[in-house]
Structure formats: structure tokens, C-alpha cells
Design a protein around this ligand. Structure first.
Ligand SMILES: Cc1cc2nc3c(=O)[nH]c(=O)nc-3n(C[C@H](O)[C@H](O)[C@H](O)COP(=O)(O)OP(=O)(O)OC[C@H]3O[C@@H](n4cnc5c(N)ncnc54)[C@H](O)[C@@H]3O)c2cc1C
Length: 598
């Protein structure tokens, strides 16, 4: 499989299903890793679900240690620092399957392996990596990441924590307050961001923490949170905490860059971390719907319930498709850069940065999917769904945080569109050329040909192409109209991001189902094909609404009329799918298998 589509280019290039990776492409090593993580979760985590809800922080710490013993904390760490040095897809896979039962462990795992460890593996010097990374990879030490402050959340570079160089030039003295710090209650190492003098940008530091010698570090009480009850979240206070100068991470003033790049990686892994949670919610919902009898029949026989099950499974199937598609693209890019002579750290940074747009889109999409899915899960359980005695209540509460951390979904939406525009300006993605072509097409005479859509997904693929035109038409005109001022038109940016998300997700779903239909036969993929079609139908509806909202808000007169006509043309099916029948087909499969079976 060779990837020819670079970051952001999905919008202007047609992807070929042979070139995308799907969960059905896991190799033997990946399958073994998946089984071993699943086995760990079933044995150690699932039976303890109740303890996680009762704020058993010690349990989270103990399970993190076990995860370390099994090698799970070191999957992404290169072998020369005692990690497993597995590829990006494998690291996504571990994030995915370790996160299903409880958001508490998912958060502890994500904070430690992602933002707690990655800044050192990616930006540390050789000595720092040798000293700290093996301890973090094995779980001997745990890491935390201190960026957020009471006055600096989304505006992460505005922190007030200070770092003052000592007179003898041997250490920095750090003073300030950080908040919402995951793993704070049991971490041995903190990545701390602070400002030196009046620098424009913050600087990153590695702080070792020994509770017997606190070095000016103290903690707030555990935060009382809506969900992820056993994830330790505390404020961290630094009072003239001494950090040796050799523990500065990268260079002075590089902290904001480190923070942002660590988040790029964190975002796509957070998307993966929402997937198994979704599968489990669907499994439980299907089982409950099959068991619960009302009006003398199982509630799964009602179309109202089938509708929900089908939509839940569809978003999970597409979420998997898009997450692993992007993960593999990133892995390819990393390997390419390593082959060109980059170090592992450089290659990983650049590889993920290349697909930063996709990382943000996936973070938003998958975090909202698990939220909607667990919400519908509660509804399927009826009154029981509202009870803490069923798994839906905790799943719903745990899901909520994913829309907030690793950059809120608003920030990620705007970030994705902003990055795309920047890439276009730099000439990395030719976005303006195709946008002009769409503008020309709008003033031309539309084709009245009736193409033959006999082949699987031929009409759907044509629609995907047209949806890309919708984005190019609306975002292209908005960029032309507002230029750099577009940044302040946030409603437009948010609507554009929603269009982008739906295009990437819908296309990924279709490519996965198409690839599998080609290799396993169409008959064996009937329901998957139905899911890809259903997702696309829903995407067309959402895109129509978002694009219309944009057009009527910023275009006027003839331009508005022309664009609305274009929107109609670009969102039209020759033959609409029977969506009720699609949902029924998907739901019947789930009900028969009594689980999420794709
Ligand atoms: C459980 C939990 C664990 C966390 N773990 C960590 C951790 O380990 N380390 C760490 O450093 N941080 C952590 N965080 C902090 C988290 O990253 C921040 O909460 C998040 O970035 C949002 O910042 P904020 O809470 O200050 O919200 P704010 O930035 O105040 O945002 C409030 C609202 O305003 C919106 N908003 C903000 N700016 C803009 C803008 N420019 N345009 C439009 N809308 C905007 C946001 O989208 C949001 O809806 C954690 C938070 C929680 C709740």
C-alpha cells in the first residue's frame, strides 16, 4: 500500500481504496497486541468498573503499573530507550483497546504515554532521553504534563508561571500554579511549561518529583469531576521549585511549539481512545435491547430502537475507518522520513504535523460520536440508563471530557480550517486552484448526463467529489471575501470544519467498505456497505445545512443565488438510498449477532 495523499490533500485528491489502511489490515503482530490489550482489560479492568466510579485512584495507579509490566506504556517508545518501538498504527491500537471500559484509565494512560512521555522522546536531548524515557516506558515512573493554568487554558501560551535562572546559572527556580493536571496525584515526573523573563513564548522543563523531598511542589485536593472519577486531577503549585538547567526541554522559548506538537499526537490518539468505548456502549445496548421486553416483545424489535442501534454502529464503523486510515498515513510518512535520514524524533514530529488537520478533525468527530452514542445508549436503557447501576451512566459521563481536553472541540475545529488555509497559502495543498475551478463550474452550464452508477459506490464516490466542491466553493469564497479577517468569523470557520469532518469521515467509511467488498466479497459486507451509505447520506444532510448557513451569512445577491444553486447541484443524488431500509439491515445484523460485530 503506498500512500500518495499528503496531509489535507484528501480535500482535493481522490483516494483509492487500495491505498488506505483499514482495521481489517492489522498484521499478525498488531492482532497479537490487540488481543493482549483486550485480555488485560477483561481480566483486570472490566471486573473493577464500580471501583473506578468510587474514586479508587490507587486502582488506576496499580493498573497503570501492570500496563507497564505488560509493555503497553512503551509501545510508542523507540527500542533504544527500552520501548517496543512499534509503529504508529500499533500505538493507536493500544490507545483504542485500553480505553473502552473506563475513561479513568484511558486518561491516565493517555496523559502518561502521550503528553507525559512524548515531549521527552520528541524534544529531549540524548542524556534526557536515556535518563527518563526507559523509566516512563516501563511504568517505574509516571509522567504528567503541566500546561494549563487558572488564567491560561485554550490560550496556552499566556501562562504566568515563571522560571528564573539562579545567580550561579545552575538551575531555574519555578513559581506558579497549574491546574487540571492529570496523573498529578501519582506522577514522578512533570513536564512543566514556564516563562523566562518576558519571553514571548513559554519554555518546557523536566521536573523530577520525590514526595519525600518536595522541592517547593504542592498539590490541591483531587478535583470533584463529572466523570473519569478515578483519574487523578489536581492543581499543582510551584514555589521556587529548582530545576537544573540541563533539564530544560529543547531550547528557551520552544515550549509552546513542544506543547502544540505533543497535542497533535495526543489528539489522534484521543480519537482512538473513544473507539472501544463506543464499541462497548453498542455491545451493551444491543444486549439490553434484545433482553428487555415491552409490549410482549424485545425492544430491539421496535424500529425506534433499531434506528438508534444502526446509527451508533455506523458512527463507530466510520470512526474506526477514519482513525486507522490517518494513523497509517502518518506511519508511512514517518517511515519515509526515517528512510531519508531523519532521526526517529524528527520523523515522528514531521509525520504527525503533516496530518495535523486530520488529527484535529478526528479528535472532534470521535469525541462527539462517543458522546452521542452513550447518550443514545442511555435512551435505549430507558430509566435504567439513568441509573448508576448500569454501564451507560458512567460511559456518558466519562465521554464528556473528550470534547474538552487536548484542545476543546471549538479550538480544534478552528485549528483544522486555519491549518488548511495556511497549507494552501504555502502551496502545500493546491486548494485555490480547485476552488477557482469550482467557481468556474458554477458559472458554466451543468451537465445533464445520466451516468451509469451500476458499480458499487460509484454514485457515492461521485457525491464525495461533489461534497469537496461544496467546501471549496464556500470556504474558497469566504477566504476571498475576508482574507486574514476570516479568523474572526468563527461561525463560518466552525461550519467549514463540520463540512471537512463529514467529508473525511464519509470518504473513509466508503473506502473501508469498498476495499473489504473487493477482497472479501460484496455479500459478506452487506451491512458494512449499508453503513457507509447511511453515513454518507447523513453527511450530505449535515453539509447541506452547514454550507447553506455559511452562504446565506456571507454572500449576497447574485453570488448567494449562484452558490445556493451550486449547493443544490453538489448535494444531489441521482438515486437516493432508502435510509430506513439501510438502518433496518444494519440493526438486524447487530441484533442477530447480539453485539457490535464489524
Ligand atoms: C479532567 C481534565 C484533565 C485535564 N488534564 C490536563 C493535563 O493533564 N494537563 C494540562 O495542561 N491540562 C489539562 N486539562 C486542561 C484542558 O486542556 C483545558 O481545560 C482545555 O484546554 C480548555 O481550557 P479551559 O478549561 O481554560 O477553557 P477555556 O479556554 O476558558 O475555554 C472555555 C470555552 O471557551 C471556548 N474558547 C476559548 N478560547 C476560544 C477562542 N479563541 N475562540 C472560540 N472559543 C474559545 C472554549 O472552546 C470553551 O468552550 C485537563 C482538563 C480537564 C477538565
Amino acid at each position: 500500500m503506498e500512500n500518495t495523499i499528503r496531509g489535507g490533500q484528501f480535500l482535493v485528491k481522490e483516494a483509492n481504496c487500495e491505498n488506505i489502511f483499514t482495521p481489517e489490515d492489522f498484521n499478525e503482530e498488531q492482532k497479537m497486541m490487540k488481543d493482549s490489550v483486550k485480555e488485560f482489560i477483561e481480566r483486570e479492568v472490566a471486573p473493577n468498573q464500580e471501583r473506578f466510579e468510587k474514586k479508587d485512584y490507587a486502582l488506576t495507579e496499580a493498573l497503570m503499573r501492570k500496563a507497564g509490566e505488560l509493555g503497553f506504556l512503551g509501545v510508542a517508545v523507540p527500542e533504544n530507550y527500552d520501548g517496543l518501538g512499534m509503529g504508529f498504527v500499533s500505538t493507536m491500537l493500544v490507545c483504542d483497546y485500553i480505553s473502552g471500559v473506563t475513561g479513568s484509565l484511558a486518561t491516565a494512560f493517555g496523559a502518561h504515554t502521550g503528553i507525559g512521555t512524548m515531549p521527552i522522546t520528541l524534544y529531549g536531548n540524548e542524556e534526557q532521553k536515556k535518563k527518563y524515557v526507559p523509566k516512563l516506558a516501563s511504568g517505574e515512573w509516571f509522567g504528567a504534563y503541566c500546561l494549563t493554568e487558572p488564567g491560561a487554558g485554550s490560550d496556552a501560551n499566556s501562562g504566568k508561571t515563571k522560571a528564573v535562572l539562579s545567580e550561579d546559572g545552575k538551575y531555574y527556580s519555578i513559581s506558579g500554579q497549574k491546574m487540571w493536571i492529570s496523573n498529578a496525584g501519582f506522577a514522578n515526573l512533570f513536564i512543566v511549561f514556564a516563562r523566562i523573563e518576558d519571553d514571548k513564548n513559554i519554555t518546557g522543563f523536566i521536573l523530577e518529583y520525590d514526595k519525600d523531598n518536595p522541592n517547593g511542589v504542592s498539590f490541591g485536593e483531587e478535583e470533584k469531576k463529572l466523570g473519569i472519577h478515578s483519574s487523578s486531577t489536581r492543581q499543582v503549585f510551584f514555589n521556587e521549585t529548582k530545576i537544573p538547567v540541563e533539564n530544560m526541554l529543547s531550547e528557551r522559548g520552544n515550549g509552546f511549539k513542544i506543547a502544540m506538537n505533543a497535542l497533535n499526537i495526543g489528539r489522534i490518539k484521543l480519537a482512538a481512545a473513544c473507539l472501544d468505548a463506543q464499541r462497548r456502549v453498542i455491545d451493551d445496548s444491543v444486549k439490553y435491547a434484545n433482553e428487555r421486553v415491552q409490549f410482549k416483545v424485545p425492544i430491539s424489535s421496535f424500529e425506534a430502537i433499531q434506528y438508534k442501534l444502526a446509527e451508533m454502529a455506523t458512527s463507530a464503523y466510520v470512526g474506526e475507518a477514519a482513525s486507522y486510515r490517518a494513523a497509517y498515513d502518518i506511519e508511512n510518512r514517518i517511515n519515509k522520513r526515517i528512510a531519508e535520514g531523519n532521526t526517529h524524533a524528527e520523523a515522528e514530529l514531521k509525520g504527525v504535523e503533516e496530518y495535523a488537520i486530520e488529527c484535529s478533525l478526528l479528535k472532534v468527530a470521535c469525541s462527539e460520536d462517543i458522546q452521542n452514542c452513550s447518550d443514545e445508549g442511555i435512551q435505549i436503557y430507558g430509566g435504567m440508563g439513568f441509573s448508576a447501576d448500569t454501564p451507560m451512566e458512567a460511559a456518558w459521563r466519562d465521554a464528556r471530557i473528550s470534547r474538552i481536553y487536548e484542545g476543546t472541540n471549538e479550538i480544534n475545529r478552528m485549528h483544522a480550517v486555519g491549518m488548511l488555509i495556511k497549507k494552501a497559502m504555502k502551496g502545500h495543498v493546491d486548494f485555490l486552484g480547485p476552488a477557482q475551478a469550482v467557481a468556474d463550474e458554477l458559472t458554466g452550464i451543468p451537465s445533464f448526463d445520466m451516468p451509469d452508477y451500476g458499480e458499487l459506490f460509484s454514485e457515492e464516490k461521485e457525491i464525495i467529489k461533489k461534497l469537496k466542491k461544496v467546501f471549496l466553493m464556500t470556504a474558497g469564497s469566504a477566504v476571498q471575501k475576508y482574507g486574514p479577517e476570516l479568523e474572526s468569523h468563527q461561525q463560518l470557520l466552525l461550519a467549514s470544519a463540520d463540512i471537512l469532518i463529514e467529508i473525511y469521515m464519509a470518504e473513509s467509511g466508503i473506502l473501508r467498505a469498498e476495499k473489504n467488498a473487493k477482497r472479501f466479497g460484496e455479500d459478506s459486507q452487506k451491512e458494512q456497505i449499508a453503513m457507509a451509505k447511511l453515513y454518507l447520506y447523513n453527511a450530505v444532510e449535515k453539509i447541506t445545512q452547514k454550507a447553506k448557513e455559511g452562504i446565506i451569512s456571507f454572500a449576497e445577491g447574485d453570488e448567494q443565488k449562484m452558490m445556493l444553486m451550486g449547493l443544490k447541484r453538489f448535494t444531489k443524488y441521482q438515486q437516493y438510498p432508502n435510509v430506513a431500509a439501510l438502518r433496518k439491515e444494519i440493526a438486524e445484523k447487530l441484533i442477530t449477532e447480539n453485539k457490535y460485530c464489524f
